[in-house]
Write a protein of this length. Structure first.
Length: 108
């Protein structure tokens, strides 16, 4: 039960933050061949399942034009508070650095 406590605590926050058009489920995020979930999670100090649960509320960019601007702000407004509820040491700069490090090629 102790391993599930952070996830259980994060789920209400996730449900409030998740948009109606979230792109995926935690399982889909965990199994995404284009996203190194384990590596990202390790650098953020969370488990892969915790990261996947928070990231499931994000709507990834489909084109290069969507990488900046409102979508990026909306996604961060979902992802950062959820991750901070699990690991308060994560700040905006750390999240940006880790996500930039593991970001794949820009969509076309």
């Amino acid at each position: 039960m102790k391993r599930l406590t952070p996830i259980v605590l994060a789920l209400p926050l996730l449900s409030v933050c998740t948009t109606a058009f979230a792109a995926s489920t935690p399982e889909a995020v965990l199994n995404d061949p284009n996203r190194p979930v384990a590596a990202v999670a390790a650098e953020l100090g969370v488990t892969p399942l915790q990261f996947a649960t928070c990231f499931a509320g994000v709507t990834p960019a489909r084109t290069a034009m969507e990488l900046n601007g409102q979508r990026e702000q909306d996604n961060k407004a979902i992802l950062l508070p959820c991750l901070q509820s699990i690991n308060p040491d994560i700040d905006n700069a750390r999240l940006d650095a880790v996500m930039d490090k593991y970001r794949g090629a820009a969509p076309r």
